[in-house]
Design a protein around this ligand. Structure first.
Ligand code: NAD
Length: 265
């Protein structure tokens, strides 16, 4: 196993990409602590993984919940090697002009609190423990961190901000901690939106035209599942596989290359 003995903390590890990372990390020999809002999703994790996992119910926008998640990982598994900032909200592609000024005001605060502040206070909470283990941090970005139309302007700006955080933290936490970003493309998950936009009860799966609609954005003409994106998270966490890598953003979205015109639409 590539992550034997490693202790990781994954935020938003209850479903979608985060859950796929947790499952794969455990398969690769790691132990994992999960900070997640949904207790139902956490119950399922514990049923599946038993004492290889620790569940912390809480909110990534809370400093004390992040601190509790880090101390839980340290107590249960003897330290923390890898912090994966992953919990996020989407804006369902809402364009600037479709929002009233008050909607914009509230949605900004809510979405940036999770997608940007959540990553920052998570990194702050984990920094000492990860430094002590000469470990690494990995942040989930998106094709939206690099290209337009992966969301609306709020989501796109939040993911570009998170890419900035990766770049600066790689500098600030060097030489002992590597900090990298992973930019996956679309996948059918439980990804929700801000309550202030009345999008907290809608998931991205609810708005996809059909199971294969995401393949239309990819040069590779296939619809990835969350599991298809997790290899980069293993590579970046593994001690001997990415020793030279920090401040990098892995674009694994396949949307930066135009689709061949002869592919089906
Ligand atoms: P998801 O909703 O299935 O998983 C996110 C998890 O985070 C959920 O279990 C949710 O309960 C939890 N969460 C949300 N807000 C939280 C909070 N404030 N505190 C604690 N937990 C919270 O969605 P996903 O698609 O797996 O999203 C994971 C990451 O992948 C996000 O950063 C998202 O922006 C990114 N991403 C998703 C897509 C996509 O198409 N689904 C594409 C690119 C990037």
């Amino acid at each position: 196993p590539r992550l034997a003995g490693l202790s990781a903390l994954v935020t938003g590890g209850g479903s979608g990409l985060g859950r796929a990372i947790v499952d794969r990390y455990i398969t690769e020999g790691a132990t994992v602590t999960v900070l997640e809002r949904s207790s139902a999703k956490l119950d399922d994790l514990v049923t599946t993984h038993g004492d290889r996992v620790r569940a912390v119910q809480g909110d990534v926008t809370s400093t004390s919940d992040n601190a509790l998640a880090v101390s839980t990982a340290v107590k249960a598994f003897g330290g923390l090697d890898t912090f994966v900032g992953n919990a996020g909200l989407w804006d369902f592609g809402r364009e600037l002009l479709s929002m009233t000024p008050p909607e914009l005001d509230h949605a900004f605060d809510e979405l940036f609190a999770v997608n940007v502040k959540g990553y920052l206070i998570g990194a702050r909470a984990a920094a000492e423990a990860v430094t002590a283990r000469r470990g690494s941090m990995i942040f989930t970005l998106s094709n939206a961190a690099l290209y337009p139309r992966g969301g609306g302007v709020l989501y796109t700006a939040s993911k570009r901000a998170a890419a900035g955080l990766v770049s600066q933290l790689a500098y600030e936490l060097a030489p002992h901690v590597r900090v990298n970003g992973v930019a996956p493309g679309g996948m059918a998950t439980d990804l929700r939106g801000p309550r202030s936009m009345a999008l907290d009860d809608t998931a991205i799966t609810d708005v996809l035209a059909d199971a294969d609609s995401l393949s239309r954005y990819s040069a590779l003409d296939f619809t990835p599942r969350a599991e298809d994106y997790v290899d980069s998270y293993v590579l970046l966490a593994a001690r001997r596989e990415s020793r030279t890598v920090t401040g990098a953003v892995f674009d694994i979205s396949a949307v930066g290359t135009p689709r061949r015109p002869d592919l089906p639409v």
